[in-house]
Design a binder for this molecule. Structure first.
Ligand code: BG6
Ligand code: MG
Length: 219
């Protein structure tokens, strides 16, 4: 298939906000007397704030009001950490590949489950390099449902089959496939091994190399 657009997840793909999300949830869990480890945090990658809280609570029952308060508290901790971010917090290889895609004249979009994506893009100073930003504020179901990716394909005017999703989360790769899009998974095989192509990170990789991998092969 021919790739005409790159749809980038943000957290854990272009910047390591997954660590900041972990710090925020960990602090909330400690205050609530719930154990929460880095391993537990792996299941939260890519999923919405509400679903993350459900996973963290491990079956503990809370009222709607308590749930809302806990999410707000965690978000406050997270935002404090995001305020300290700078363009230096782009992950290795991210800036180069975004610039290359732009220079090649291909479309690119951010597709994030986060309601804070716009703020993170502002801190990283890369917002103007994208043709569209679809985030957790969109009136759509979160990953692993395909909705956010389908909205992004529409926004950049490229058919889903010609969009390549770049994801660090298993739920994100599932969402890409549900949208009829191939995926480049970043991270260990146990997490993103179901993607068509898997890299440890974007470092030392180019858009041209990725396009060549997905290009239709001549018989
Ligand atoms: C995803 C992250 O991008 O956004 C998750 O991978 C996070 O860890 C989710 O929980 C929701 O983010 P936010 O900023 O709306 O709480
Ligand atoms: Mg992610």
């Amino acid at each position: 298939m021919i790739i005409k657009a790159f749809l980038f997840d943000l957290d854990g793909v272009l910047t390591d906000t997954s660590e900041l999300h972990f710090q925020g949830w960990k602090r909330l869990a400690e205050e609530e007397g719930i154990s929460f480890t880095r391993e537990d945090n792996e299941a939260l990658r890519g999923v919405s704030r509400r679903e993350s809280l459900n996973l963290l609570l491990k079956g503990r029952q809370v009222t709607e009001e308590q749930a809302r308060e806990m999410m707000e508290r965690k978000n406050g901790y997270y935002l404090d950490l995001v305020q300290q971010m700078t363009p230096a917090d782009l992950l290795p290889g991210a800036r180069e590949i975004i610039a290359e895609i732009k220079a090649l004249g291909l479309k690119q979009a951010i597709v994030s489950s986060s309601k804070n994506a716009a703020l993170v893009l502002e801190r990283l100073q890369i917002g103007d390099l994208f043709d569209a930003v679809i985030d957790g504020n969109a009136p759509a179901r979160s990953k692993p449902y395909p909705d956010l990716f389908l909205l992004a394909a529409q926004a950049v005017g490229v058919p889903p089959a010609n969009c390549l999703v770049v994801e660090d989360a298993g739920a994100g790769v599932d969402a890409a496939h549900a949208a009829g899009m191939p995926a480049l998974g970043l991270g260990p095989k146990e997490r993103v091994g179901h993607a068509e192509l898997v890299f440890d990170s974007l470092e030392h990789h180019t858009a041209r190399e990725i396009l060549a991998f997905f290009a239709p092969r001549r018989a």
